[in-house]
Design a protein around this ligand. Structure first.
Ligand code: MG
Length: 157
């Protein structure tokens, strides 16, 4: 069994959709980025790549590559999981913490879990997603952006 950690952060800006786990969350602002800026999918992608020891999301999907402009990050997660499986591992379980001051994610959590889990061919209960505020501190507390931590485990198959 192997374990990997991933981290991602994105700036919150006007005129962009807020997408987490492939789910569109009603919000006045969304995440800035080359792809759809789905920070939950990005952190989880890095966690599975890290667990397999095969690099990181920036190497697999360079932001200089127009292919990934406004890309669906769940498709990127799926592609990363294919690379992981080519090495003889597959995802078993993941746990994420999404740190943001708002909007409240509570109602969206089941859809976020389902989106991430489906991209890894896992049942929704294999992917945990926990929202947290940053108690008003720092860039997250000021609402300038959000951050996500992800841990994932892989098994050999
Ligand atoms: Mg990112």
């Amino acid at each position: 069994m192997r374990v990997g950690i991933g981290y991602d952060s994105h700036r919150l800006v006007s005129g962009r959709p807020l997408i987490l786990g492939g789910h569109h969350i009603p919000s006045e602002r969304g995440l800035e980025g080359h792809s759809d800026a789905d920070a939950a999918a990005h952190a989880l992608t890095d966690a599975i790549l890290g667990a397999a020891g095969i690099g990181n999301i920036g190497e697999l999907f360079p932001d200089t590559d127009p292919t990934w402009k406004n890309a669906d990050s769940l498709a990127m997660l799926r592609t990363a999981h294919q690379r992981v499986q080519e090495r003889g591992y597959r995802a078993v379980q993941a746990d994420l913490t999404i740190i943001l001051e708002g909007p409240k994610l509570g109602p969206a959590i089941p859809a976020i879990r389902r989106g991430l889990a489906e991209a890894l061919d896992l049942p929704a209960d294999a992917v945990s997603v926990k929202p947290k505020t940053n108690e008003g501190m720092g860039f997250i507390g000021r609402g300038e952006g959000i951050a996500v931590f992800a841990v994932a485990s892989l098994e050999e198959y």
